[in-house]
Design a protein around this ligand. Structure first.
Ligand code: CTP
Ligand code: MG
Length: 384
C-alpha cells in the first residue's frame, strides 16, 4: 500500500502509577524536556507524517498546549486500548487516513530510522512493529521450578506500531478479548499479518522509577555537547538608556547601536547561534533593517534558543562576562541572571554572570563603550 495520508497518534493518557513520578510520567522531565516532547518532535519532523495527534486526559490539555504548542489533543480512556481507540475514532471522524503510527509517550527517544523501517514494511503487510531480541534467560516466575522458557523465537515488542488505518480501526472496533498491551495483537486477532522490523534500544519504555536514570544515560549517548562563544561591543553615549543583560540599569549614559544595543544579550545570542552553526545575530536580524532599530534584544536571544530547541537541542549552561568601568554590575548581577534564565527558560543555576573592568585601559577603561563576551554549552542530538 502506498498510503498518502499518514497520521501519528501519541498515547499519553496514562497515570504513570508505577513510575513514582509526581506528575504523569509523560510530562516529567527526561533529557531536559517533558518526556512527550521528544517523540512529538521526532514525529512532527518526519517528512512522511502529515499530522501528529496527542491522546491525553482532558485535564492535561493545557499542559500539552504549554509543552508542545498548538497540537490536536483527543481525550483518552481508562485503558491504553481505549485511549488508542479514541484517537483512531477522532481520525476517522475527520476524514480518516491511509496509515497510522501509534506510539507510547513513555518511549521518548524515537529516531527517523525506525519510522522509515515501519513505513516500508507497510507496503507488504497491514501492520508492522519494531522488535528487539530477548538477550536474557527467560523463566516463569509463577512456576515453583522457575521453569525456563526457550527464548528462541522470542522478541520484545516496542512502539511506534504502524498500520493500515482501516485495518487497525476495524480490529479495535471488533475487539472483544482481554485488555491487550499493544495494538499489533489486536490486528493479528482480526486476521491481519504484522511484519517485524528491527527496533531500537533507545526506544525502551519508561515504566519504573529507575527507568528515568537509565533513560538519562541513554540520552547522553545520543547527544553531542557543543560550546560556542560570542562577543560584542557598543558605544556609550549620553541621552541613551542603558540596557544590559536584559534589564534597564540607571546610568548617566547608555549604549547606542543595533536595536537597544544590549551587548550582553548580543554576545549571548551569538554564542547560542554558534552552537548550531547558524551564523550570527546580524544574519538573523540585519542592523540595516529598520524594524530592529531600538528593538528589545530579548527577542534575539529567545529566537536563538528556539532554533536550538527546534533541533531537539538542550541548553545546558551560559556564562556572560560584562567588561566595563561603570556602572558596577555587582548590584545588578542577580536581576540579570534571573532575566536571562527566564528568557532562555532554564534554571538560574544554569546562568553565570560575571563582570570585570580593564583597569582604566583601552576603550572600556575610558568608558567609551561596553564589551561583552559569552559562552554557551548545549547538547544537540546526533542525526539518525
Ligand atoms: N496510556 C494511555 N491511556 C491509558 C493508559 C496508558 O494513553 N489509559 C499510555 C501511557 O500514557 C503510555 C502508554 O500508554 O504512554 C503505555 O502505558 P504505560 O507505560 O502502562 O503507562 P501508564 O499507564 O501511564 O503507567 P502505569 O501503568 O504505571 O500507571
Ligand atoms: Mg499502564
Amino acid at each position: 500500500m502506498n498510503g498518502h495520508r499518514t497520521v501519528a497518534l501519541i498515547v499519553a493518557a496514562g497515570r504513570g502509577e508505577r513510575s513514582g513520578s509526581a506528575l504523569p510520567k509523560q510530562f516529567a522531565s527526561v533529557a531536559g524536556r517533558p518526556m512527550v516532547a521528544h517523540s512529538y518532535d521526532a514525529l512532527t519532523a518526519h517528512p512522511a507524517i502529515d499530522e501528529v495527534i496527542v491522546v491525553t486526559a482532558a485535564e492535561q490539555f493545557e499542559t500539552v498546549a504549554a509543552t508542545l504548542g498548538a497540537v490536536r489533543c483527543v481525550g483518552g480512556g481508562e485503558t491504553r486500548r481505549q485511549s488508542v481507540r479514541a484517537g483512531l475514532e477522532a481520525i476517522a471522524a475527520s476524514g480518516g487516513a491511509d496509515r497510522v503510527l501509534i506510539h507510547d509517550a513513555a518511549r521518548p527517544f524515537l529516531g527517523p530510522a525506525v519510522i522509515e523501517r515501519l513505513l516500508l514494511a507497510l507496503e507488504q503487510a497491514p501492520g508492522a512493529v519494531p522488535v528487539l531480541p530477548v538477550a536474557d534467560t527467560v523463566a516463569r516466575a509463577d512456576s515453583a521450578l522457575g521453569e525456563v522458557v526457550p527464548r528462541d523465537g522470542l522478541v520484545r515488542v516496542q512502539t511506534p506500531q504502524a498500520f493500515h488505518f482501516d485495518a487497525i480501526l476495524a480490529a479495535h472496533r471488533g475487539w472483544s478479548g482481554d485488555e491487550p498491551t499493544d495494538d499489533a495483537q489486536m490486528l493479528r486477532a482480526a486476521g491481519g499479518s504484522v511484519a517485524l522490523v528491527p527496533g531500537d534500544p533507545m526506544l525502551e519504555k519508561i515504566t519504573y522509577p529507575a527507568d528515568f536514570a537509565a533513560a538519562e544515560a541513554r540520552a547522553a549517548t545520543r547527544f553531542r555537547v557543543r560550546s560556542a562563544t560570542g562577543y560584542d561591543v557598543h558605544r556609550l553615549e549620553a541621552g541613551e538608556e542603558l540596557w544590559l543583560g536584559g534589564i534597564l540599569i540607571p546610568h548617566d549614559r547608555g549604549l547606542s547601536g543595533h536595536s537597544d544595543a544590549d551587548v550582553g544579550l548580543h554576545a549571548l545570542t551569538d554564542a547560542l547561534l554558534g552552537t548550531i552553526g547558524a551564523g550570527d545575530i546580524g544574519t538573523h536580524f540585519p542592523p540595516s533593517d529598520p524594524q530592529w532599530k531600538g528593538a528589545a534584544s530579548d527577542r534575539f536571544l529567545v529566537h536563538a534558543a528556539d532554533l536550538i530547541r527546534a533541533r531537539g537541542g538542550i541548553l545546558d549552561f551560559v556564562d556572560l562576562t560584562l567588561i566595563c568601568e561603570a556602572p558596577k554590575i555587582g548590584p545588578h548581577r542577580e536581576a540579570i541572571r534571573t532575566r536571562i534564565a527566564a528568557l532562555l527558560e532554564i534554571a538560574e543555576d544554569q546562568v553565570s554572570i560575571k563582570a570585570t573592568t580593564t583597569e582604566r585601559l583601552g576603550f572600556t577603561g575610558r568608558s567609551e563603550g561596553i564589551a561583552a563576551q559569552a559562552i554557551a554549552t548545549v547538547r544537540i542530538p546526533e542525526a539518525g
